[in-house]
Design a protein around this ligand. Structure first.
Ligand code: EPU
Length: 339
C-alpha cells in the first residue's frame, strides 16, 4: 500500500537544498504504486509534480499538490545485434549508475555523459548534454504514463522534439506525463567523441593513445571534478543558465568589442556564447550574496553554502540576468526548472 505523507519537507531531495514543503508526498517504486498515486491526486483534485534526482530544480517554499518521488529501478537489454544494442532503464535509476552499467558491459555511446547528476527519467526532459554529446544522439524511445488518463504512450526521438537542454516535456507537454522508462541505442564497438574541449588533450597528456571507455569516463570525472562542485558537498544544481544563442550580426558586434570572447558555432548564422564567461565578465563570479554565490571556478553554477531560501536564490538569479543584460545586451534564460 502506497504511503502518502502530508506537509512533507523536500529539502533533502534536491541537490540545491533550498527549503521547500509539499502538501502531499509519496515515493513510488513501481507502476502499481504510480497508478495509486495518480488515483489519490485525482480523488483529492491535487496537481502532480514528479521529482527525480532533484538535481535540476529550484523549488518554491511550498509545493501545492502531490509530489511523487520516482524510485523505479531496473536496467535490461531488450535487443541486440552485431552492431547495436537497445538498453532500457527505469526512470528512477541514477543516470551515472546507468552510464557505468553500459561501460562495464562494453556498450558504447554514453561515456561523455558520465557524472551528470539526476535520474534516467530527467535525461530526456532536459536532453542532457556534455562534451559534444547529447542524450538525443543515443536515444531510441521512451515509455510514459499520461497523468490525466493513466494511459501509456511510447515517444520516439521525433516525438520528443529535442533541442538544446530542451524537449516537448518542458514545453507543450510540461507536467502531463510520467516517464517510466528510457531506451537507448548503443554501439557494440567504440566510437568515442573526444574532439570537444579538453578530453582528447587530457588523454594524450596521460599517454593514452587507444583509450578504453573506462579511460574516457575516468578522464571526464577528473575534468568535471576540477571545475564543477560536487552537489553532495556544496549544494548546487549544475549549470544554472543556458548558454545564450546569438545570430551572426550580434556575434560580430560582440566579437569586435570582446576579441577574447569564447564561442561555439552552431551553424552558419548561429553562435553560442558561454554564460559562465558572460557572468564572469559582468563581475559576478565568486561574489557572495548571503548564503548564495556564483561558483568561483565556474561562474555558471549557483551554489548554496547552506540554509538558502528560494527567494535568496531568485534574487541572485535576477542580479545575474540584469548584470549580463546591462553589459552585453543579452538575455540569459534558466536551465534549471523553477517550480
Ligand atoms: N568560462 C569562463 N568563466 C567561467 C566559466 C566558463 O570564462 O566562469 C569559459 C571557459 O573558459 C570556456 C567556456 O566558458 O572557454 C565554456 O566553459 P565550459 O567548457 O566549462 O562549458 P560551459 O559552456 O560553461 C557546458 C554545459 C555543461 C557541460 C559543459 C561541458 C550548458 C549550459 N552547460 O558548460 O553542462 O558540462 O559544457 O560540456 O550547456 C549542465 O548542463 O548542468 C552542465 C554542467
Amino acid at each position: 500500500m502506497l504511503k502518502i505523507e502530508k506537509k512533507h519537507s523536500l529539502t533533502k531531495y534536491t541537490t540545491l537544498k533550498v527549503s521547500s514543503t509539499a502538501d502531499y508526498f509519496a515515493i513510488v517504486k513501481n507502476k502499481n504504486e504510480l497508478l495509486e498515486a495518480i488515483a489519490f491526486a485525482r480523488a483529492k483534485k491535487q496537481l502532480i509534480f514528479i521529482l527525480g534526482g532533484g538535481s535540476n530544480v529550484l523549488l518554491s517554499k511550498t509545493i501545492k499538490g502531490l509530489v511523487i518521488k520516482n524510485e523505479m529501478q531496473g536496467i535490461k537489454v531488450v535487443e541486440k545485434n552485431k552492431s547495436l544494442v537497445l538498453v532500457e532503464a527505469s526512470s528512477g535509476e541514477i543516470w551515472s549508475k546507468f552510464v557505468s552499467y553500459t561501460v562495464e558491459n562494453k556498450f558504447y555511446g554514453l561515456e561523455n555523459l558520465f557524472l551528470i547528476y539526476g535520474t534516467v527519467g530527467a535525461a530526456p526532459v532536459q536532453n542532457i548534454g556534455a562534451y559534444g554529446v547529447e542524450l538525443k544522439d543515443c536515444f531510441h524511445h521512451l515509455s510514459a504514463i499520461d497523468l490525466k488518463t493513466g494511459n501509456e504512450k511510447i515517444f520516439s526521438a521525433n516525438d520528443c522534439r529535442f533541442g538544446y537542454r530542451d524537449s516537448i516535456f518542458k514545453n507543450k507537454l510540461k507536467g502531463r506525463y510520467f516517464i517510466y522508462s528510457v531506451t537507448v541505442a548503443l554501439l557494440r564497438k567504440p566510437d568515442f567523441k573526444l574532439g570537444y574541449g579538453s578530453i582528447g588533450e587530457a588523454l594524450k597528456l596521460k599517454g593514452i593513445k587507444k583509450p578504453t571507455a573506462y579511460d574516457v569516463i575516468k578522464t571526464i570525472e577528473e575534468i568535471r571534478n576540477s571545475k564543477l562542485p560536487n552537489p553532495f558537498i556544496l549544494p548546487n544544481a549544475g549549470s544554472f543558465f543556458k548558454n545564450p544563442e546569438v545570430n551572426l550580426q550580434t556575434f560580430k558586434n560582440l566579437f569586435v568589442k570582446y576579441p577574447d570572447m569564447p564561442s561555439f558555432q552552431i551553424n552558419r548564422s548561429k553562435f553560442k556564447i558561454p554564460a559562465g564567461w558572460l557572468i564572469e565578465q559582468a563581475g559576478l563570479k565568486g561574489k557572495k550574496f548571503g548564503p548564495v554565490r556564483m561558483y568561483e571556478k565556474q561562474a555558471l553554477i549557483l551554489v548554496n553554502e547552506g540554509g538558502a531560501s528560494s527567494k535568496q536564490v531568485l534574487n541572485l538569479v535576477a542580479k545575474v540576468k540584469l548584470a549580463v543584460k546591462k553589459k552585453f545586451g543579452l538575455d540569459l534564460s534558466e536551465e534549471v526548472n523553477i517550480i
